[in-house]
Design a protein around this ligand. Sequence first.
Ligand code: FAD
Length: 501
Amino acid sequence: MPPIANTPSVRVQAATEHAANPEGQYVLYWMTAYRRLESNFALQRATELAVAWNKPLIVLEGLRIGYRWASDRFHRFVLDGMLDNLQAAQELPLTYLAYVEPEKGDGSGLIETLGKQACVVITDDFPCFFHPKLYKRIVSQWKCAVELVDSNGILPIHGADRTFTVAHSYRRYMQKEIARESPIFPHQNPLRGVQLPRLKKLPESITKRWMFLSGKELQNYDLSKLDIDHSVTAAPTKGGRVEAIRLLSDFAKRKLGDYDHARNEPDQYGSSSLSAHLHFGHISAHEVFHAIVSSVSGWSFSDISKPNGKMNGFWNLGVNAEAFMDQLMTWREIGFNMCARQDNYDRYDSLPDWAKKTLKDHAKDKRPYVYTLEEFESARTHDSLWNAAQRQLVVEGRIHNYLRMLWGKKILHWTQSPQEALEVMIHLNNKYALDGRDPNSYSGIFWVLGRYDRAWGPEREIFGKIRYMTSESTRSKFSVKGYLQRYAELEDRQAWKAKAT
Ligand SMILES: Cc1cc2nc3c(=O)[nH]c(=O)nc-3n(C[C@H](O)[C@H](O)[C@H](O)COP(=O)(O)OP(=O)(O)OC[C@H]3O[C@@H](n4cnc5c(N)ncnc54)[C@H](O)[C@@H]3O)c2cc1C
């Protein structure tokens, strides 16, 4: 397997000008995105520094309530993960603190106060949603050393010197990088065999002001008392590391062998269903990569072919694993590349010029149907397949792989303007999807409008040269009967919600 070494410097960015203070009481890892205690460069970096200074290690996993779209759904998922982490931490030489903000603003000052007595604060370098702004704001006010560590994907997000605008150029870059040098993987368990002094107790300035939750409290947490959206109910999918590892192992054993075909069939769930766990960091891309290549006995990096920029033939893993690797290594990571480099990744103006031009040329085309956000949200369109996909999103927090593309394309078709379509997609995706608010969310949503794609012919009404999709062709290409039965027969949102609980 690939080399494991100290955390590569390209993954570590100093976020303040303050020097680390080896006289501090502990090293603090503030876990915000990679919510796991294994296969995590940020935890690895924090451990390296704690060992170097022989200091206790504190891991603080927090959950705020003041972010857009905060709801029972995402809280429950993160709480499941916190419980797994709390249990895993009992075996490790660290102090794990689970903090759930009880009221808006209660968490303010917590990190700063903990940080004051730390040698250094390590945190996750997640390039999307509220994270970059939060880091910038807090970091500018802090008086201690802070490092942002990237454990997002197989290639470091700050390794590339340009933003990739089409998938094949990113694929070529990625293949060249892998062929040039095998990527360094994080230690599976960076704390294995490590001896660190234990923190005897937390400073009083902390314990007097903030409460950390026990396992029992996490398990029985009453979400109804929080000021978050309770209409977006907990999803049937369980969050956390234990479930993530189970899903990965099930996928590798039972589904990978037919992935290339089955992932597109709405009546089968042939994909991994790992996107939510990847988003919340309950599992790492490295662990997923490892499970996939391990499906081919004896595979090693020396088995790769010369970079060819193609979807198949580079990894020499067979058609199914190659197809999966393309999702994990090209489609997932190209979105991180964009978010890490462009502040406007979530704005209409970030679309390629050809896409903006063709959409503008067709801005005045008559729409066959125009729906409001409310009509979309409550799945009241004329199209039963679209409605079924929207209901799946509301009930389960996900949409089948293939139908998710159709879902987006039809929103473009049935709104007054592409700008409005963008707002509707972002809102519905990020409000309901467990894997939303991620670089992939913006890749997928903007792909609907032309990002990472090319111009297609013939030029059509509304879409212009943007790739076109229809429910009719989806119905004729794939079997959707079971999918429709499952999600279309539920008539109102109360019934969908009842199904979700
Ligand atoms: C309109 C629209 C919105 C989308 N919103 C999201 C989102 O909010 N979050 C999200 O993670 N993905 C999003 N996607 C991409 C894709 O639909 C999901 O990643 C995929 O369906 C997740 O299912 P899976 O984990 O079973 O995927 P698998 O097929 O098992 O793939 C494995 C992993 O590869 C990555 N991946 C797969 N397909 C894509 C893709 N097309 N683009 C980027 N990464 C991919 C994901 O991390 C995924 O978990 C969106 C796509 C569209 C068209």
